[in-house]
Design a protein around this ligand. Sequence first.
Ligand code: SME
Length: 151
Amino acid sequence: MTFHQLRPQIEEILGKDSLTADERIQKVCDLLQTSVPYYDWVGFYFKNGDKEELKLGKYAGEPTDHEIIPFGKGICGQVAVSNKNFVVPDVKAQNNYIACSIHVKAEIVVPLFKNGENIGQIDIDSHTEDPFSHEDEVFLEWVNERVAEIL
Ligand code: SME
């Protein structure tokens, strides 16, 4: 499914007032993980209260041991500090990387802003080498803007 086709489906999910924010975010994770062939794990991390760490929220894919990630650690922790997208075409080339599964070859992390503040991020792991393009970044920035509206 193309990103163009996914956008209205994501808007529909996030607009469902009968569901909690967590339920809607879970459905967004499920939709992305099942619709984009190279999205093998899709999850949201959020700042854990006042702590300088990320806490795993909803996700689709294999369970991970990394439910808490300190700021600065791994790709996710670096994005919590940099406020910038981080596209990793080859995870083996990264020193500051937290491995969640031996199958993961690439990763993309895009920060999620609410009222200009970096409050979390979407994290996607891929079993495909170098799969992410600028289109993924544009699409995932848009997803995060829509998610921020219901938080
Ligand atoms: N690989 C991430 C950790 C999170 S898992 O991919 C779910 C990182 O280096 O921050």
